[in-house]
Design a protein around this ligand. Structure first.
Ligand SMILES: Cc1ncc(COP(=O)(O)O)c(C=O)c1O
Length: 397
């Protein structure tokens, strides 16, 4: 059979990360390529207690069809929590529970974009979101990243040059893949530019609660007096990604369209998962849980950065992080990055080539991403030592 695919999907390729996961499945390969929470970060006992309680006492509520907007007590909790803790949510906003934050990207693009519209994104940016945007045949334009977030001049040039921009996509905290956090000054400036040019901002914040050092910086959404910002949150990195519970805080008018789109996709987010999240948040001390996660990641990231200093310096540089799960490593000029990543896999260490995160994968890139949260300390030590040996062989030969 010769399959005739839709134009929407014809040019979509499997993500480089998923492809690399094929190698990572080899038990001998040390995978520094995932983006998973640390195995010790999962509140397993608490989730078992909550789930058991739900299935024993309210089984039909958890197993029956439910409403598209999401489980009412969880929406109420989030409305309250986001307002009190993050100053997010005005009278014109509401909360929609989604199937992971990934679905927020999908519903936002479906609701706002026509074919040929433009989405401005950080370059590099999260491949899962880029692929979602691409599937709606929007054009992606990357905006160069600086140490404190997007290059504002490049952002304004893009806004001036592109008449069909629908939204600016940003991951302001511990960005995937670079680990960069946008400064408060830049957050205010990005908001002001969005307002000036009449475009929306999609603020994707799955890592904000995983800050283990430095000062908290408020969300762009906390500035939103004009209904310009669509905020995306997730329980994937702070409770468990397998639950697939994310949420959007969005202007009601936009949310209504997202709800109609969601009805056609999955009717509603898994109601058992939503009840488990809600039960966990209400029954246990969420702030204490987050503090425990921060302790885990502070220690593990420091251990990893020490290894990078020991084995990769002076040849490979990296961006030190205050939170999140990723480290962005840059090879010296003249070293072929894709060849380096391939050589690493042959030596049984898997990292993600940086060009996978660009709007145009063919653009040159000297960086690769490593994840420190999933491997064990032993795997980190061995994997980073192998990368160090490889770069020395290449540079010193
Ligand atoms: C920046 C970013 N946004 C969104 C997601 C999707 O998360 P979720 O598991 O909530 O769908 C991820 C997952 O890694 C991510 O890194």
């Amino acid at each position: 059979m010769e399959y005739q695919f839709s134009e929407r999907v014809q040019n979509l390729k499997p993500s480089a990360i998923r492809e690399i996961f094929k190698y990572a499945a080899d038990p001998e390969v040390i995978s520094l390529s995932a983006g998973n929470p640390s195995p010790e970060a999962f509140p397993v006992r608490e989730l078992a207690e909550v789930s058991n309680d739900i299935l024993t006492n309210r089984p039909i509520d958890a197993l029956q069809y439910s409403v598209t907007e999401g489980y009412v007590p969880l929406r109420d909790f989030l409305r309250d929590y986001m307002k009190k803790t993050h100053h997010i949510g005005r009278d014109f906003d509401d909360v929609l529970i989604t199937t992971g934050a990934q679905q927020v990207m999908d519903l936002t693009t479906k609701s706002l974009c026509n074919e040929g519209d433009v989405v401005l994104c950080e370059a590099p940016s999260f491949i899962g979101s880029l692929n979602t945007f691409r599937s709606f045949k929007v054009r992606l334009r990357g905006v160069r990243m600086e140490e404190d977030g997007m290059d504002l001049e490049a952002l304004e040039t893009a806004l001036r040059e592109e008449p069909a921009v629908k939204f600016i996509y940003t991951i302001p905290n511990f960005q995937n893949p670079t680990g960069i956090t946008m400064s408060w000054e830049k957050r205010k400036a990005v908001y002001a530019l969005a307002k000036k040019y009449g475009v929306m901002i999609l603020e994707d914040n799955p890592y904000g609660d995983l800050r283990f050092s430095g000062e908290h910086i408020p969300a762009i959404k906390s500035l939103d007096e004009d209904g310009l910002v669509l905020y995306s949150g997730s329980f994937s990195k702070v409770i468990a990604p397998g639950l697939r519970v994310g949420y959007a805080v969005a202007p009601k008018a936009v949310m209504q369209k997202m709800v109609v789109c969601k009805q056609g996709e999955d009717v509603h987010t898994n109601i058992w998962s939503q009840m488990v999240c809600d039960g966990f948040l209400r029954r246990y001390d969420f702030d204490a849980h987050l503090a425990r996660l921060r302790d885990i990641y502070r220690e593990k990231s420091a251990y990893t950065m020490d290894l990078l200093d020991k084995h990769l310096a002076p040849y490979i540089t990296y961006h030190p992080i205050d939170g999140g799960l990723f480290l962005w490593c840059t090879l010296p000029a003249g070293v072929d990055m894709p060849a380096f990543c391939k050589q690493a896999v042959l030596r049984k260490v898997c990292v993600v080539p940086g060009n996978a995160f660009l709007t145009d994968e063919a653009e040159p890139c000297q960086s690769f991403r490593i994840n420190y949260s999933t491997p064990t300390d032993e795997q980190l030590a061995k994997g980073i030592q192998i990368l160090g040996g490889l770069i020395r062989e290449i540079v010193e030969k």
